[in-house]
Design a protein around this ligand. Structure first.
Ligand code: MTE
Length: 322
């Protein structure tokens, strides 16, 4: 993303990430023996030693592919995808993979709160194991006019919405990334409105295409791609696909996303892909495929119009495309 203006920001206390409160039951069972052994290793904090344990959901992958989602281009090479990322918590360049390894993804607690019947906190391993995992091949189009194609594993966001049981008055879900500047040096740059925040209407969130990613390329998703839980909404520009989520907050107000807060003239709430609507500083007519280096014409809704175009009927006066 390109930033032309910097502001100072105050972080309200209420937005601070809740402390991870517990290891999930399964992680505890799976990891108890390992923790006992690690506890004996001198000179390393327990949290770091827990983080060093193998991913407790590794046995779930690879998952069954859902053949309903096909591609018109080759899957991007895993090594390329893992080396070319946007993850501002770890820096504003594309080469954040090494820095992102500092992120501790266990224990990891996901909070569901706001306008729901029963607010809850879930350990990531419990959440992943109770969800119907599948693999989907999705296109991924960044607002910066590059693209990839990725075999994501995960489950429909609609399943999490069903678990949350939002009140009938809730209209949106706001999602937030972790907040920990001790591991994420980017979060020490106080002009950014941390934590990274994104939002969808409930109609978007319950559309079958909205997918919560737990894995990629047949294994748990890498840290630089947004472990342990990220969003994939492939009909929207990539900045909507928030990484490393810790909170789903149900609300009756339209959430203000990270990029909208930072640069409202360039990045709005809807951010649907449209080749005919240029970014204020560049064309969106075509994109560079990061894997093949080919330039491709960009597709309306990134090619997913049959799944999502109906969501925007009657909203034509909204700024749907940026
Ligand atoms: N989520 C968080 N928490 N922080 C970020 O900086 N960048 C966004 C999105 N999600 C970002 C994020 C942007 S701009 C894009 S294009 C995609 O993640 C990049 O995903 P990728 O690195 O897997 O290609």
């Amino acid at each position: 993303m390109h930033i032309t203006r910097r502001r100072g920001w105050e972080l309200p206390e209420a937005l601070a990430t809740p402390e991870a409160v517990f290891l999930s039951r399964r992680a505890l069972l799976a990891g108890a023996a390992g923790i006992a052994a690690l506890a004996a290793v001198p000179g390393r904090g327990l949290a770091q030693r827990v983080a060093d344990l193998p991913d407790p959901t590794r046995d779930l992958y690879p998952v069954r592919r859902n053949e309903a989602f096909t591609l018109d281009r080759p899957v991007t090479d895993e090594a390329i995808n893992n080396a070319y990322n946007n993850f501002y918590e770890f820096g504003s360049s594309k080469t954040v993979a090494r820095a992102a390894q500092a992120l501790r993804v266990r224990p990891w607690t996901v909070k569901i709160d706001g306008m729901v019947e029963t607010p809850m906190e879930l350990g990531i391993d419990d959440l992943v194991r109770r969800m119907p995992l599948e693999e989907r091949l999705y296109r991924h189009r960044c607002v910066e006019a590059w693209s990839m194609a990725i075999p994501w594993s995960g489950f429909p966001l609609a399943k999490l919405v069903a678990l949350a049981r939002p009140l009938s008055s809730a209209t949106h879900v706001e999602m937030q990334t972790f907040l920990d500047s001790t591991v994420a040096s980017g979060q020490r740059q106080t002009w950014y409105p941390w934590p990274y925040t994104e939002g969808l209407t409930l109609a978007e969130a319950t559309n079958d295409l909205a997918f919560l990613v737990t894995g990629a390329y047949g294994k748990p998703v890498s840290k630089q791609m947004g472990a342990p839980l990220r969003l994939a909404v492939p009909w929207k520009y990539g900045f909507k696909s928030i990484k490393s989520i810790v909170r789903f907050h149900f609300t009756d107000k339209r959430p203000k996303s990270f990029w909208e807060a930072l640069q409202p003239a360039e990045y709005g709430f809807w951010a649907n892909v449209n080749p005919k609507v240029p970014h204020p500083r560049w064309s969106q007519e075509s994109e560079e495929d990061i894997g093949t280096k080919e330039r491709r014409p960009t597709l309306l809704f990134n090619g997913y119009g049959e799944h999502v175009a109906h969501l925007y009927k009657g909203l034509e006066k909204e700024r749907l495309w940026a």
